[in-house]
Design a protein around this ligand. Structure first.
Ligand code: UVW
Length: 322
């Protein structure tokens, strides 16, 4: 990680006047702004389908070149526990008809691949999304875990904003920031309009670059590019009723707010306070190349994270249909 930038202010102070959607969908809500994705939004997504081309957005798990993870987390470890060798040595189970099989076990962080964060994944001031007590995370989350998001699924109109391409780069620089105004400018240049209740997908080129860079260089002074906090940006997300933010970075926003030095303030302003779901580590390069080629930046977006009871997040392989 980059040296601690010594924040000049606490998260609570920074966000003291930030808008809140707590209670908006009831005292028991655990899916937040996904409530915006009503049947009309699903049909709006379906109406964006033009050619039938499909794209999957999950990065590989257990890639031979490694898996990008937040510093401090470990990459997925896959163990083969049954293969042809077991049967060759007469150590495999015997099935009538002589069926043989392979089996694997994967040990991984739930945030260790393309993933949905549970709304209660991050917090400050001892309260999670919707005001739930942070003590409900003890042992296993009992409030605002990922299960209700997984149970519901996410379907709507997606819009891709290709910030890297807009800035004429393969990948944004470490710590390079952009605002909602930049998103609007990029959308205009693409000939796209971000509409109310769109699932917002932003490409920086960062995750794709992981597979081309030396790992040490990728993680050195860890500082991802991304959206940067401002009250105006938070209000824009709220006014646009954005249900879900998807990016090809590990944490969806610039790692440290460059003005105040606070780590990941948008996790709190957007997810904890507004209930906007965050999807991280998406593979967006093939989709972006196709959008640049056919100039179609909107599509049907569908995703269903794994149904991990009490999970702080869950891996997902979103599917986009153009
Ligand atoms: C952290 O948990 C710090 O971030 P993320 O949401 O990227 O997993």
């Amino acid at each position: 990680m980059a040296d601690d930038p010594k924040p000049t202010i606490s998260m609570a102070e920074l966000l003291k006047d930030s808008p809140m959607n707590w209670g908006k969908w009831g005292d028991d809500d655990e899916v937040g702004a996904l409530n915006y994705l009503d049947p009309a939004q699903v049909l709006r997504g379906v109406a964006a389908v033009k050619s039938g081309k499909t794209f999957t957005l999950q990065i590989p798990v257990n890639h031979p070149g490694g898996d990008p993870v937040w510093p401090g987390r470990k990459e997925a470890q896959k163990f083969n526990v049954m293969d042809r060798g077991h049967f060759a040595c007469n150590k495999g189970p015997h099935f009538p008809g002589a069926l043989e099989y392979s089996d694997d076990v994967v040990l991984m962080y739930l945030q260790g691949s393309t993933q949905y964060d549970a709304l209660g994944h991050v917090w400050y001031g001892d309260q999670l999304w919707n005001g739930y007590d942070a003590a409900t995370t003890a042992g296993s989350m009992t409030k605002a875990d990922v299960f209700p998001i997984a149970q519901r699924g996410v379907v709507g109109r997606g819009v891709l904003i290709d910030m890297a391409r807009h800035r004429g780069k393969d990948v944004l620089d470490k710590g390079e920031t952009f605002t909602h105004e930049d998103l609007l400018a990029a959308a205009e240049a693409q000939g796209t309009r971000i509409e109310k209740r769109d699932i917002l997908i932003i490409r920086t080129g960062w995750i794709g670059s992981f597979y081309r860079r030396e790992k040490e260089e990728f993680y050195k002074d860890f500082l991802e590019p991304g959206l940067t906090y401002s009250p105006e940006l938070v209000n824009w997300f709220n006014d646009m009723e954005i249900p879900n933010l998807v990016t090809d970075t590990i944490a969806n926003e610039v790692t440290f707010d460059p003005v105040h030095g606070v780590a990941l303030p948008l996790h709190c302003a957007l997810m904890r306070n507004l209930g906007i779901t965050l999807t991280e580590i998406a593979e967006l390069d093939p989709l972006a190349d196709d959008c640049a080629a056919d100039r179609q930046y909107t599509f049907l977006y569908t995703a269903a994270p794994l149904k991990v009871v009490g999970g702080s997040g869950a891996p997902v392989n979103p599917v986009v249909i153009k």
